[in-house]
Design a protein around this ligand. Structure first.
Ligand code: IMP
Length: 192
């Protein structure tokens, strides 16, 4: 039996987005991206760690959509970079640091940044500017989630999964203190 103290420390999870909702949205995004990048090679850049589950599902949906649309000539390559903007807290520090950089140049490439969530916008604002200095052919942003209530810097989200309220969410790549990234759905983290 867990003690009363342990029960208080262990946060509860309130379901927010189901596997089915996420999969349906991913298929639609994959279709939109495949047709927008028809006849162009695409470099997706996943922002670690939070985007790894979304990127994995989305890129496969892009593949399926390309085949369905008869666009088998367009390639998708996957790159990653890691940023630190939160530490272990649920509020942003505002300081963005690239902790692992791209391993291939993006000069002349059509880049699609893949993010788990745009919260204050500080991370993406920094990364979009940073990517632009590397002279890609184009840079767009795809984010699974957006919390418009917390915007500090407006960033253009070209492809968006879901708009959510001002909640702290976990699962499907998103964490709290490195936990819950492997939750197959998205849940609100409740403090009690
Ligand atoms: P921003 O710079 O405030 O837009 O924050 C972006 C980063 O903060 C995301 O990539 C996440 O890592 C983290 N983040 C923001 N909101 C949440 C949340 O609700 N759950 C988990 N991580 C979050």
């Amino acid at each position: 039996m867990p003690s009363a103290a342990a029960a208080l420390i262990e946060p509860s999870l309130k379901p927010l987005l189901t596997c089915e909702q996420i999969a349906t949205r991913n298929a639609a995004l994959g279709h939109q991206i495949a047709s927008d990048y028809a006849h162009r090679d695409l470099t997706v850049v996943g922002v670690l760690k939070g985007s790894f589950v979304f990127l994995s599902d989305l890129t496969r949906q892009i593949y399926l959509a390309q085949r369905a649309l008869g666009l088998s000539g367009s390639t998708v390559s996957c790159e990653f970079l890691a940023v630190q903007s939160y530490g272990d807290a649920t509020t942003t520090s505002g300081v963005v640091q690239i902790t692992a950089d791209l391993t291939n140049p993006i000069e002349g490439k059509h880049v699609l940044l893949i993010e788990d969530i745009v919260d204050t916008g500080l991370t993406m604002s920094y990364l979009l500017e940073n990517m632009a200095t590397r002279r890609p052919a184009s840079v767009k942003l795809c984010s699974l989630l957006h919390k418009p209530a917390r915007t500090q810097k407006q960033v253009p989200i070209d492809y968006l999964g879901f708009t959510i309220d001002d909640l702290f969410v976990v699962g499907y790549g998103l964490d709290y203190k490195q936990r819950y990234r492997n939750l197959p759905w998205i849940a609100e983290l409740q403090s009690e």
